[in-house]
Design a protein around this ligand. Structure first.
Ligand code: NAD
Length: 480
């Protein structure tokens, strides 16, 4: 067991930490007893994960809705249940190919040796997940880690306690705690978790907490994947159809009431089209949610604290003279901890200073495509970028001149749902990626192995060095 950890395993401490250490030690031992689970064993784990997700579907839907105050049932089915199950099924289909050792060319002077890259499980993987998609963001990384042959421990968010408990029960019923375990607890448990000497740690959450997680993990040299947030821009090119773009932006922003890491954070619209854009998005929102004040299809804000923060943002923008359009009535929505979709062409208000993570949509005016590019490049590298339009030259210029985690062209959010595309941030929006094969790779050690041949001539290069060595070296130089 690693001796040089920031906490001494099994020594000090709170009951929660002891439990965390106990399970970690159990998993590490189990890993050492079977460091390379077979294809069949991994498939069996993915099957169990699919079965537990499907068998507990109603329980998960209700737990998440109670945790949120209200979470649209269809949003949970689409973004938590279906996404998880389809990710696991896709992993099952591709696993044989992913596990295969990959041959690479061997240079002529090293022939007839062979060279291969052989994926190997890392060992025990830790996953810290947030509250906004509390099932999907716990289980999707677990799918990748289990497919790669690892043991897995998840620390879900304390802000969704009912879902965390339901997940704990469901996972414990299907899996031995030496193979897959859920550790519930608050921020202290999260901190202790980051100090555990995992073989890899995947954290999904905010950038400030991600920095603390990376610092704690560095003490053990635990490699991290950080799935963080940030302000994801949406560019409306002059060539875009405003109504079509508005409908998809309204959907992308209002799904989960804007509490989505890849939600369009703000819009950059051509000067002269800002008001038209704002009206079009408001109209699209009214079409999506014709009875927004009363429908359960519109999700609540997760907590009073998060709700107060968003309300303050709107009030600040209003005080600064921003022209605001609200879809829905604050009087009807506030008691349900819901916010009207608030479209806000801002005047340097606080909405542009941090990730919004709620149904507030600033619309900024940009004088040209280059102006929009310059605005984006002056800020942190975003997790997602959306571009709407028909002018492919302008599109390619934006793709080449900006750096973001991922992009959807002419729609919002969809690149995240495409399992064959890696998902992750860049710069302040994250480090590393998962989904599909990228996830398998993240949780594997891609071990390079050189298979020497018994007909190798490498012995001829050993001392004592003679004129024969010089002749061989000059031959090698010729064939390189
Ligand atoms: P958060 O950073 O507050 O918390 C995330 C998790 O970290 C929770 O489980 C929490 O208990 C734990 N935690 C908190 N402090 C900790 C510490 N000091 N050490 C260890 N663990 C700690 O994030 P949140 O509010 O739950 O989620 C919202 C943020 O997550 C937004 O910024 C959003 O963009 C981002 N996010 C990113 C993705 C992505 O895939 N890139 C997905 C969803 C959310």
């Amino acid at each position: 067991m690693a001796a040089d950890t920031t906490r001494t395993l099994g020594a000090e401490k709170t009951e929660g930490e002891c439990e965390l250490d106990r399970i970690f030690i159990l998993q590490k031992k189990a890993y050492l007893e079977n460091p390379y689970p077979s294809y069949g064993q991994r498939i069996a784990k993915l099957d169990k994960l699919i079965a537990l997700t499907e068998a507990n579907e109603e329980k998960f839907i209700n737990a998440i809705s109670t945790d949120f105050g209200n979470r649209a049932r269809h949003e949970t089915i689409i973004a938590e249940i279906i996404v998880t199950v389809s990710g696991a099924k896709m992993a099952k289909k591709s696993l044989k190919k992913w596990m295969r050792s990959r041959g690479v060319p061997t240079p002529p002077h090293m022939l007839p040796a062979k060279s291969k890259i052989e994926p190997q499980p890392l060992g025990v993987v830790g996953i810290i997940s947030p509250w906004n998609y509390p099932l999907q963001l716990a289980l999707a990384p677990a799918i990748a880690a289990l497919a790669a042959g690892n043991r897995v421990m998840i620390k879900p968010s304390e802000l969704t306690p009912r879902l965390s408990e339901a997940l704990h029960e469901a996972v414990s019923a299907e899996f031995g705690e030496d193979e897959f375990a859920v550790i519930t607890g608050g921020v202290e448990t999260g901190q202790a978790f980051t100090q555990t000497p995992f073989d890899h740690l995947l954290f999904t959450g905010s950038t400030p907490v991600g920095i603390r997680v990376a610092q704690a993990a560095a003490r053990n040299l635990t490699p991290v994947t950080l799935e963080l947030g940030g302000k994801s821009p949406t560019i409306i090119d002059d060539s875009a159809d405003i109504a079509t773009a508005a409908s998809s932006i309204a959907y992308g922003k209002m799904l989960n009431a804007g509490q989505t890491c890849v939600a369009p954070d703000y819009v950059l619209a051509p000067s002269g089209k800002v008001d038209q854009m704002a009206e079009a998005i408001a109209n699209a929102a009214r079409t999506l949610y014709p009875e927004i004040d009363t429908t359960n299809d519109y999700t609540s804000i997760i907590s009073d604290r998060h709700f107060a923060r968003l309300k303050t943002m709107v009030e600040e923008a209003r005080d600064m003279g921003a022209k605001i359009i609200e879809v829905g009535s604050a009087n009807a929505l506030h008691p349900q901890r819901k916010l009207p979709l608030t479209i806000d062409p801002p005047k340097d208000s606080g909405v542009m200073k941090e990730e919004i993570f709620g149904p507030i949509l600033p619309i900024l005016s940009s004088s040209s495509s280059d102006d929009a590019i310059a605005y984006i490049n002056a800020g942190d590298r975003p997790l997602a970028l959306y571009w709407y339009g028909e002018d492919t030259h302008a599109r390619d210029r934006v793709l080449q001149q900006t750096v973001s985690g991922g992009v959807t062209v002419n729609d919002a959010l969809w690149h995240v749902a495409q399992e064959h595309l890696p998902f992750g941030g860049v710069g302040k929006s994250g480090i590393g990626a998962y989904h599909g094969e990228a996830g398998f790779t993240t949780f594997s050690h891609l071990k390079p192995v050189f298979y020497q041949s018994k007909f190798s001539s490498s012995g001829a290069l050993r001392p004592p060095y003679t004129t024969k060595t010089d002749k061989i070296l000059s031959f090698i130089r010729k064939i390189l």
